[in-house]
Design a protein around this ligand. Structure first.
Ligand SMILES: [Zn+2]
Length: 247
């Protein structure tokens, strides 16, 4: 596998929550996952409920304020991908994560495609005004329960994709464009159970791209993968990257 990492000329990685758990950010579907422990949460925080119910927005703002994202540091897995970028072989980091830790680890922002948006930005659902989240959180700390857009009074939300909300077409296009013609597709820390992650794997397989799965739990793509690794991401990814890097 180290040879594949060293010889591939256009590598695309797809990362999910599993790469950030070692940074203290809980995943969703793992044994200690947010939704495993509280399945009702995913049905409550839908886009439609968020729009309709101020109480849902109030709870969502409290959750944003308390989010582990604000104190999380990138881990060895994130840093390994930033290192791998220097070999010139890494074409894109497609991520389902909203924590911004790839960029924090040194991955070039233009290589990172945030499929589900980012928790680090806030967007107005009416006028589209977008700002860094840390500008809005002090309003919650100061007692506002459901802060309105300062431009138009509209509903504010993190710039993330919620249940019931469509992914941005341009983001999907960027992910497919990166996967097109790649010779190695590495799925890291994702259960590959949902769109678009599953669709990107199908696309890679259909176009003869070698698929590697690095995930603690089994995925629906393990049988199609050229290799499957179950070891902790923060241990195995740095070793693969090191073996692939010129010394
Ligand atoms: Zn607005």
């Amino acid at each position: 596998m180290a040879r594949w990492f060293a010889e591939a000329e256009a590598v695309v990685v797809l990362t999910g929550a599993g790469i950030s758990t070692e940074s203290g950010i809980p995943d969703f579907r793992g044994p200690q996952g947010v939704w495993t422990k509280n399945p009702a949460a995913q049905f409550m925080f839908t886009y439609q409920n968020y729009l309709a119910d101020p109480e849902v927005r109030k709870q969502a703002w409290q959750a944003r304020l308390a989010s582990p994202v604000w104190t999380a540091e990138p881990n060895a897995g994130h840093r390994a991908l930033a290192d791998y970028e220097r070999t010139g072989r890494l074409r894109a980091v497609l991520t389902q994560n909203i924590d911004g830790l790839h960029q924090a680890a040194g991955s070039s922002p233009e290589l990172v495609v945030e499929l589900h948006g980012t928790a680090r930005e806030v967007v107005c659902l009416d006028c589209g005004d977008q700002n860094p989240m840390p500008g809005t959180l002090p309003r919650i700390e100061a007692g506002e329960e459901d802060p309105a857009c300062l431009e138009c009074g509209g509903i504010l939300k993190s710039a993330t994709i919620s249940f019931g909300q469509e992914l941005l077409p341009e983001v999907i296009e960027a992910a497919v464009a990166a996967t097109r013609g790649a010779d190695l597709f590495v799925a890291i820390g994702t259960s590959l159970g949902v769109y678009p992650a599953a669709g990107l794997c199908d696309y890679a397989i259909a176009h003869g791209t070698r698929l590697v799965v690095l995930n603690a739990e089994p995925t629906p793509y393990d049988e199609d993968a050229s290799a499957v690794l179950r070891q902790p991401i923060g241990e195995v990814l740095p070793r693969l990257v090191q073996a692939a890097s010129p010394v």
